[in-house]
Design a binder for this molecule. Structure first.
Ligand code: MLT
Ligand code: ZN
Length: 463
């Protein structure tokens, strides 16, 4: 049995020049993500500078049975980047280069530590667009986005991270470097390993480079914030807007979520009328004709009593202001340590799902505040549970776990998923069998064994 210091001493000898930190504040910051339910306890944090160092790290780790936790911007919400059992964290903070842009391919090659917002601004400089967008884009890194197949607010139109990765270099758990798909648009040459690694949550290997596809910038957009009368009306409003407008986002929040975001972000309520549900939708609006169409939609929704009140943005600044009611929720409640859930069902099932969930939660936890918000146009609903202040953290987690057992069973019965875009990580792992069959889980384990035979990649996460 090697002691920690022998392990690190040998590793330093095996990869001369590899930066390894054992500083307590680095272990604390890099041993966890935005999930705050596990105490970090990392052995050390390695900061490789290139794919060669990552390869050597994987070889050393698999030969010495040293568990690795890949770590990006650490904005994850399922504990996928938490090192709570003496693992070596592999941070990509020193691999932040934009390597190459090709204007004919409209694609960029980047290292995994490049921040999402940097990719977006780079695309903008080239008069192009990288469309994956979410609240943590200022800190999240591309490697992490790929590992979790990050989604966000524009999935409705543009899809998930998976749809924008046309090439992927990975180092497997056994130290092989795979160059998957090489930026090709068409490549019918057998299994596409790229898609296995996207969304695998660091359990098969580590992303060391990605080629990302850019697209045309969207037309100027406007934002509608609508107060909706009830759950059934919500789907009617969606139908009216999506058949008449070029929607790029259709998001929702409940009145309780609005209360918390207004309090946490010091915002005034957006509408004078009290409403149970609010929609924030964005649509292409290059001219008056599109704005008139939006007003027509508003009229139809008012006439049918689906919408009680609403506002439409009149400037870029107002776009941003209206988005804050939706995008600011997560940040506004972080200090309350919510128990986060990231559920999805087919869009047509959303009203029934919310109704049944509401009933169940009233029985299970009438003393908790349950905030619903999310990407309802994709059937992706974030359920955030906040406990009463007198309940200690341990008791709150225990009760939240009990609630999860029941809410996930309901999600399963309606054909949904317990993770839409945050990943399974450490926190949702006990319930994987609610959404994947025994056969599927067995196949997943078999695939992991192929790429990571020593089982060193992010153990305890996902599988
Ligand atoms: C969001 O949509 O706001 C994010 O996924 C974060 C969250 O669930 O709070
Ligand atoms: Zn989300």
């Amino acid at each position: 049995m090697k002691t920690n210091s022998t392990q690190l001493h040998n590793l330093r000898g095996f990869i001369p020049g590899l930066e390894i930190s054992e500083q307590p504040e680095i272990l604390e910051s890099h041993g966890q993500d935005w999930t705050r339910f596990r105490k970090p306890d990392a052995l050390a944090v390695a900061f490789p500078r290139d794919s060669e160092q990552v390869q050597k790290l994987a070889v050393y780790a698999s030969e010495n049975r040293l568990a690795l936790v890949p770590s990006g911007g650490r904005t994850g919400l399922s504990g996928g980047a938490v090192a709570a059992s003496g693992e070596l964290v592999v941070s990509f903070d020193r691999m932040r280069k934009i390597l190459e842009f090709n204007s004919v391919d409209r694609a960029v090659r980047v290292e995994p530590g490049v921040v999402t917002a940097t990719v977006q601004s780079f695309a903008e400089e080239k008069n192009l667009f990288y469309p994956v967008s979410f609240a943590s884009e200022g800190s999240s890194q591309m490697g992490g986005n790929i590992a979790t197949n990050a989604g966000g607010i524009r999935v409705l139109r543009y899809g998930l991270t998976r749809d924008w990765v046309c090439g992927l270099k990975v180092v497997t758990g056994s130290g092989e470097l795979l160059d998957c798909n090489r930026g090709l648009i068409k490549n019918a040459s057998g299994f596409d390993f790229r898609h296995l690694f996207i969304g695998s949550e660091g359990t098969l290997g580590m992303v060391v480079e990605a080629t990302l596809q850019f697209t045309d910038p969207p037309l100027p957009g406007k934002v509608l914030l609508l107060g909706v009368a009830n759950l059934d009306a919500l789907m009617n409003v969606f139908e009216v807007l999506r058949t008449r407008l070029d929607l790029s986002a259709f998001e929702f929040l409940t009145d309780l979520s609005l209360h918390y975001v207004c309090k946490g972000q010091e915002l005034n309520p957006p509408l004078d009328t009290e409403c149970p549900i609010f929609v924030v939708a964005e649509f292409d609006c290059p001219g008056e004709a599109e704005e008139d169409r939006a007003m027509e939609c508003f009229g139809i929704c008012l006439e049918n009593n689906w919408v009680l009140d609403g506002v439409i943005s009149q400037s870029e600044q107002q776009n941003r202001d209206l988005w804050r009611y939706r995008e600011g929720i997560s940040e506004a409640i972080t200090h309350l340590r919510p128990y986060k859930n990231d559920l999805s069902v087919r869009i047509s099932v959303v009203p029934e799902f919310l109704r049944q969930m509401d009933q169940l939660l009233k029985q299970l936890c009438p003393d908790f505040d349950v905030l619903w918000y999310g990407h309802i146009g994709d059937g992706n609903l974030h359920m955030n549970i906040i406990g009463p202040p007198e309940l200690n953290a341990e008791e709150f987690e225990k009760r939240s776990h009990e609630i999860s057992g029941q809410t996930y069973a309901l999600t399963q019965s309606l054909g949904g998923s317990i993770s839409a875009e945050h990943g399974i990580g450490l926190l949702k792992q006990p319930w994987l069998d609610k959404v994947r069959s025994p056969a599927e889980i067995e196949f997943m384990r078999g695939i992991k064994d192929i790429f990571d035979p020593a089982g060193i990649m992010n153990p305890g996460k996902l599988l």
